[in-house]
Design a protein around this ligand. Structure first.
Ligand SMILES: O=C[C@H](O)[C@H](O)[C@H](O)COP(=O)(O)O
Length: 233
């Protein structure tokens, strides 16, 4: 099976968690888009659901395919959110934000009773950190924030680099008007300690570590689709 077919298989399995009338957070990225396509088919068959998109990109696709949308302000409590991930560890902690949508994704996941991650098996890792951690920062004081983040990594014993994400020669701008620093420091031995340290920096808006948020991960691989349930979920 190709990577696209695996993403679609995971997205297909996630549909079984969606019931008539639910309000659901809709993620961002290629796997989430596979889910949007499948959800739109069901909506076309008369299924009622309201989506709360985590990015302008996902919102556009939902509108194009006829998936009804609402905002988190109109619907502040969601039944579930379904989203992709860049890395998933054995505790179902995640790195997200490769597509730049981590802030809205985290707000939406936090507002949801259940957070379901869909992925192909290439996203499963023994420890987080091979994928650079996206850190969303306010453009004001960028260099001061970059320095503070570097010192936070240094103090925790990591070595590596923070690189400003660039698109078409300009800093990549998120839907919220922020920039992203991609942090390449190798395996993250203590995700909670790193998360706490980054949250102490005023210019850091959010980071892509999703710790203890996942309810279920649906992972598609050569041997089929597996459902991994978080401890205590
Ligand atoms: O900001 C983007 C999101 O966190 C995505 O869910 C993540 O990057 C995974 O994307 P994909 O499904 O395209 O691998």
């Amino acid at each position: 099976m190709s990577s696209d077919e695996l993403k679609r298989a995971a997205a297909q399995a996630a549909l079984s968690y969606v019931s008539e009338g639910m309000k659901i957070g809709i993620g961002t990225g290629s796997t989430a888009e596979a889910f949007i396509h499948l959800l739109a088919e069901r909506v076309g068959d008369g299924f009622h659901v309201t989506g709360i998109p985590t990015s302008e990109r996902s919102a556009r696709l939902c509108i194009e395919l006829g998936v009804p949308l609402s905002s988190l302000d109109e619907s502040p409590s969601l039944d579930l959110a379904i989203d992709g991930a860049d890395e998933i560890d054995a505790s179902l902690n995640l790195i997200k934000g490769g597509g730049g949508a981590l802030l809205r994704e985290k707000i939406v996941a936090h507002a949801s009773s259940r957070f379901i991650v869909i992925a192909d098996e290439s996203k499963l890792v023994p420890a987080l950190g091979s994928f650079p951690l996206p850190i969303e920062v306010n453009p004001f004081g960028l260099e001061a924030t970059r320095g503070a983040a570097q010192r936070a990594y240094d103090s925790l014993g990591y070595s590596g680099e923070l690189r400003l994400r660039v698109r078409d020669g300009q800093p990549y701008e998120t839907d919220g008007g922020h920039f992203i620093l991609d942090a390449s420091f190798g395996h993250i031995s203590d995700p909670k300690a790193l998360s706490d340290a980054l949250h102490l920096i005023p210019g850091v808006v959010e980071h892509g570590l999703f710790i203890g948020m996942t309810t279920v991960a649906i992972v598609a691989g050569a041997d089929g689709v597996r459902t991994l349930v978080a401890a205590g979920a």
